[in-house]
Design a protein around this ligand. Structure first.
Ligand SMILES: *[C@@H]1O[C@H](CO)[C@@H](O)[C@H](O)[C@H]1NC(C)=O
Ligand SMILES: *[C@@H]1O[C@H](CO)[C@@H](O)[C@H](O)[C@H]1NC(C)=O
Ligand SMILES: *[C@@H]1O[C@H](CO)[C@@H](O)[C@H](O)[C@H]1NC(C)=O
Ligand SMILES: *[C@@H]1O[C@H](CO)[C@@H](O)[C@H](O)[C@H]1NC(C)=O
Length: 371
């Protein structure tokens, strides 16, 4: 009997995955629009034509993606791609660099590989779009949406129903704080002070986003930065995580979670913020079905035309810092539908999109100032 139930459960799970994950759902999406801010964890092609070394629009990137290499920094879909599908969108959200002909009313992806909260973070990799510039790009889109919808009021009402996904900050550590040979931040700031400075800057950006209509926010915390193959290799720890790199990122996460509480109180019924914790300890230690979690699927880190591992779903990491699609799937499903407040706080994305928002502020002045 127990065995039969188990088999049926497996069948249901398979049907569920087939419907929700392998293809797009037909019908209405749960939010009319999705705007994405972030770095390489979410980029879907914004860096392709930028003067930067942070690119991934070549093989073997995209080996498991229907359109091949697109500028996604993984073998298949990113986490936010999968969340987009779980939300019922019929297409992926187009990158800002490539919105010509796309329906901007459904949302835009501004994320740029190597980008940070701090503008100087990406300097060593060339020009990419830092968080502040991503917001400037969003202002352009908001103005276009306002003219499409024939009025600020209608645009404001429309934009308040969208979901705003912000997943950024890893590079402010990996490419900045942890690289004293290029940046002085680790001499200037203690880990506590650095996290505070990042959160301050992020919160100013979130207030700007609020001024131009955002009401429902998903703020994603940092992963275990000391457990990437790159950190493990650089520190020569023979496969174990680097605690000195995990600890500063965890401080950032606690402050981000605190910011979520702060904003939820400050804005009350006007806006809703959630925090997504991507550092479940189990992820670090070969569990969750990943047999290999401390070396990447590409032995050389996915250089052009490199031959990647065969069993990609057994690897947590695709290249030296980026998760495989299999890991992304795990994060996406947990962010979307998790009853565990250790993972999504104070609610999951599924609940967030069902929240009613009571608008209090008028953003007419900000919008006309930026257009
Ligand atoms: C956008 O598409 C139109 C029509 O397909 C084309 O004429 C125009 O040059 C494109 N603009 C850009 C910036 O690619
Ligand atoms: C590294 O780890 C492997 C497997 O856990 C172990 O066999 C080996 O002795 C370790 N090497 C060093 C230098 O600690
Ligand atoms: C995230 O989850 C881990 C593992 O459950 C936990 O130790 C940590 O405190 C959580 N972080 C936050 C900011 O809640
Ligand atoms: C792929 O995974 C299966 C099952 O875990 C294993 O038997 C097989 O040896 C793996 N193949 C390669 C090439 O790693």
């Amino acid at each position: 009997m127990a065995c039969e139930i188990k088999t049926w459960l497996m069948v249901l799970i398979l049907i569920f995955s087939a419907n929700y994950l392998q293809q797009f759902v037909n019908g209405k999406s749960q939010v009319p629009c999705l705007f994405i801010f972030g770095d390489s964890l979410s980029d879907s092609g914004n860096n392709n034509n930028l003067p930067t070394s942070a690119k991934s629009n070549y093989k073997p990137y995209g080996i498991d993606f229907p359109m091949g290499p697109t500028g996604r920094f993984t073998n298949g879909r990113t986490s936010i791609d999968i969340i987009t599908q779980l939300l019922g969108f019929e297409k992926f959200i187009p990158p800002f660099a490539n919105i010509n002909g796309s329906d901007i009313l459904k949302g835009v992806n501004y994320a740029s590989g190597a980008a940070g909260i701090r503008i100087e973070t990406s300097i060593t990799t060339g020009f990419v779009i830092s968080l502040g510039l991503q917001l400037e790009n969003h202002k352009v889109i908001v103005s276009r949406i306002a003219s499409r919808l024939e009025g600020i009021d209608k645009a404001q009402e429309y934009l308040s129903k969208c979901l705003y996904y912000v997943n950024i900050g890893s590079n402010d550590y990996i490419n900045n704080y942890f690289r004293p040979q290029f940046y002085p931040t680790s001499q200037i700031y203690s880990p506590e002070q650095y996290a505070e400075a990042l959160i301050q800057e992020l919160s100013l950006n979130l207030l700007t986003l609020h001024d131009i209509g955002a009401r429902k926010y998903v703020l994603v915390g940092l992963g275990l930065l000391g457990c990437t193959p790159s950190a493990i290799f650089t520190h020569g720890t023979n496969g174990s995580c680097v605690d000195e790199e995990n600890a500063p990122a965890l401080i950032f996460n606690f402050k981000l979670k605190f910011l979520v509480d702060h904003f939820n109180n400050k804005f009350s019924a006007d806006s809703k913020f959630i925090f997504v914790n991507t550092t479940l300890e189990s992820d670090a230690q070969n569990s969750d079905g990943f047999l290999v979690s401390n070396v990447p699927c590409c032995p050389s880190g996915c250089i052009p035309d490199e031959r990647p591992c065969y069993n990609r779903s057994e690897y947590a990491f695709w290249d030296e810092v980026h998760p495989t699609e299999a890991s992304n799937q795990l994060y996406a499903i947990r962010s979307y539908n998790s009853h565990n407040s250790g993972f999504t706080y104070p609610m999951d994305i599924k609940n967030l999109v069902e929240q009613e928002i009571e608008m209090e502020l008028d953003f007419t002045s900000q919008l006309s100032a930026s257009s």
